[in-house]
Design a binder for this molecule. Sequence first.
Ligand SMILES: [Zn+2]
Length: 299
Amino acid sequence: MAGKLIFSVFFLLFFFSAVWCQDNETERSLLKKDIYYLASDTLEGRAPGTKGSKLAADWIIGRLKKSGLKPFVKSGYGDRFSYTENGKKVRTMNIIACTNPEKECRLVLTAHYDHLPMESLHSREVFKNVIHNGADDNASGVALSLLLADYFVKSDAYREYNIVFIFFSGHESGLYGSDSFADRHFSKIKSAKALVNFDMVGRMSIAEPQLFMRINEGTGWNIEFPGQNESFKVQLQYNDFQLDHTIFAHRELNAATLSTGMHDDYHKGTDDAEKINFEGIVALYNYLKIYLSKILVKN
Ligand SMILES: [Zn+2]
């Protein structure tokens, strides 16, 4: 009897410690793997139309397939488009996947995966011929999306819902990816409760942890927002930001961008993986699992 009781006590202790101590070791290592690869010198800044961009796209598609996400549009995971920059045609693609293609779209999560080539006009370096790895901008947003994709596709509770994940290209040259997606496929996502875009989510301040929620003025984000949580403060910012969510907000979708904010390495060669606050992204991931689930099940 005593043996049984001791066993039960140990079982309960083990059970509750497993539930309570979410140390997120797996998530942390996946985030590191994704960000260190996407922001490595091999990919040379993932500029649209380059070999680095293609490698980044292959990596993202590989991760989505491994998690069990399905293509959302007829062309497969990649949705090719082109635009003209400085008189040159740039060919690139968005990457689109979803958790349950049988159902109508309920939630859209987006992040741009492109960054800057050497000598880019958008570089803030004095001498611009350096590789711009774009670890925060926006390997961080891609890695967070991939982690959430993995979480939602594997959770039985959300099996009934279709969550669409879009990874835009052509962002840095002028939001060409979100434009192309909206032109071609908006009707397929207009049933969504919300579109949440992640752009630069890897530099949460340690001294003053904050998350910024950017909403375009005059567009209505009408979902109740849980402002505070134990890890960081959430600040709403209303402005006329031109971000990847903007085109959707103007088409009357609940759309916003989440970001941990600006820093000195923005659009410089020093936006590197070593400077990412991985604990900050993990805190964001834990928060979003709860927050996005509420949007998902909302009537
Ligand atoms: Zn940027």
